[in-house]
Write a protein of this length. Structure first.
Length: 286
């Protein structure tokens, strides 16, 4: 069953591409026609591509891996933050920090620095600082939170990237390609789909278009997470049952009876020699 349909995408405006003069020839296979100087995207192909991407995202989530959502366009920031948070995935909606993937250890240091500042503030270590120093640290903490707060829980490289407007986020796409991380992207008619592993041809500017596609994909991710929970619960129950069966299979040791003390040997009374019968006296001679 398809996760979206033609009418839903049409109502959301997913079919509107860019001006004909701004098109990328590599997107020709996804373009249906041209009207009033604007390319129209073939939504039948978009429906198929959404299903393919959603199934792949579901498997990634089911395996317990992270998917990083990237969209720094003003009109899509809130949508990305809301949808990614709903499935507990990291996201980037501010400026893409260069080297975030290729120089990931440095980014992790910045995140740890933010956590250390929080810890020191709670401990009261900063209470002895001057107002100026405290203000500087507070501003630094706010800047780190703005740029890296949404990836604070990302302790290792993500297993996939979901990008809205691959042309604007080309630096993120290049870093992912360099590291071999699969890229899911909403690709408009002015973008190059060749570097995208899972292409979703659609309007990447309209808020409704992005929301419709993200809803379908995030629903698939949520399904993967739920299936993972069920599998873990089943494995836990199976392990518990196996342990119980193993306990029952063990031979029950018979309770040891207290050892009875051996009967002491009865000493036989010493046999006394019976007196020999006295010989009868011979009759005296007369």
């Amino acid at each position: 069953m398809a996760r979206t349909n033609f009418d839903q995408l049409l109502q959301a405006g997913c079919h509107f591409g860019h001006l004909k003069r701004k098109w990328n020839p590599a997107m020709a296979q996804y373009i249906y026609t041209e009207r009033n100087g604007i390319h129209i995207i073939d939504l039948h192909k978009t429906v198929v591509k959404i299903d393919e991407a959603a199934d792949a995202l579901k498997q990634i989530a089911k395996s317990g891996k992270k998917i990083l959502f990237v969209a720094t366009k003003k009109q899509t920031k809130d949508i990305i933050a809301d949808k990614a948070t709903s499935v507990n995935m990291p996201y980037v909606i501010e400026r893409w920090p260069g080297g975030m993937l290729t120089n990931f250890p440095t980014i992790r240091k910045a995140v740890k620095k933010m956590a250390n500042i929080d810890k020191l503030m709670q401990d009261g270590t900063f209470s002895n600082l001057s107002k100026r120093e405290l203000l500087q640290i507070t501003r630094q903490r706010a800047k780190l939170e703005k740029n890296l707060g949404s990836i604070a829980d990302l302790t290792r490289l993500p297993s996939a990237l979901f990008v809205v407007d691959v042309l604007k986020e080309q630096i993120a796409v290049r870093e992912a390609n360099r590291l071999g991380i699969p890229v899911f992207g909403i690709v408009d008619t002015n973008s190059d789909p060749n570097n995208i592993d899972f292409v979703i041809p659609a309007n990447d500017d309209a808020k409704d278009s992005v929301e419709a596609i993200l809803t379908a994909c995030c629903n698939a991710i949520n399904e993967g997470l739920e299936e993972r929970k069920v599998e873990k619960a089943d494995e836990k129950a199976a392990d518990a049952q196996a342990e119980a069966d193993a306990e029952e299979a063990k031979p029950k040791r018979a309770a040891r009876k207290p050892r009875k003390a051996a009967d002491a040997p009865v000493e036989e009374a010493p046999k006394t020699e019976e007196a020999a019968p006295a010989e009868e006296e011979a009759p005296a001679a007369e």
